[in-house]
Design a protein around this ligand. Sequence first.
Ligand code: FE2
Length: 375
Amino acid sequence: MSSLRMIIWFFEVLIWYGVLYFVQIPLRKSENWVIKVIALPVKLFFMTLVAFLFFIINSTITYRFGAGFTALYVAMAGDICGGIIDFVRRLVVKYRGGADKSESSFNPMILVCISLAACIFIFIYGVSNSGKIHEAKHEWQSDKLSKTYTIAFISDIHAGSSQPFETIQKLVDDINAENPDFILIGGDVTDEWTSYEEFVKTYEIMAGLKAPAYMVNGNHERQPGGKYIGGRTYTNEQLGEEIAKAGITLLSDEFVELNDEIVLLGREDESVSERYKWEKMENPYDESKFFIVLDHQPFDKEQLAAEISDLQLSGHTHAGQLWPMKYMCLLSGQPAYGEYIEPGTRLFVTAGTGNWMMPLRTEERCEWDLITLTP
Ligand SMILES: [Fe+2]
């Protein structure tokens, strides 16, 4: 992101913080402790709502690299930090028995400074955290394998939303340096913020992947019904062409034998109505093979309950991307990030290599996964 855009974006944070400050003046002046105590969880609820709206908003008022929702999110987070510190301060003062004297001498601008400092910290941390892709290593054993295999798994690059080309190039170089046996790509490589030129350039970089690579589409590639903001700048045919030119095999409810021991099923995205129902899929291979399912979204409970696959690799969730979305996911009983041992299968949900819509991540780190399968 350019410095100018960054400055504009942070300016938005300050505007939102100013709005929040003035709206809350009656609350700040109130001496009613009950109202002040209730205000904090209410504000936390609204911050969660804003983070949620960030993910589902379908509006033309948002714009690339400057979504007001994320600026509002940062301002609310900073305001809540200030509120929590003020709450603790009042508790300490009350405990010491000097409440009246302390309140009259306390300068409220101190809290404003603390809140703004929290805004700056969350902003800098969120932006810098979103731009670094970490290598996460996993080792899983299976009696079905006679030797060790390594798989590089990437998902949710969202080229156009956040990661610049240099970062995507470094990702490709890092994967090649590990010399994996296979590369599996879990979808959402590009999204509705990707221009056609960026879309082409992204797959030119991806063509540098040296090991055999297989990919499934994500919801942002497919966008059934053209329902996402602005829609795509490329057609399904162009998508297929660029993926093929990059030497990547695109799978849409298709099986492929990776070698004598491993079978891969690449699933069409769950948002697409043509996706096969799990019960209609017939595994053409016998159960002695190690069976991997690559499915962009991790939410197909019937598929997991079918106990057919040995390993399912998914992305989509970005581990919540913004706090506390991961915990909202978990509260609703949905997988958000990490390893989930289901009966008969192992589901792994990556945090993703990029971020959607904004280069801002306060939840987990961007990652690509090096999976070692051992006998
Ligand atoms: Fe997705």
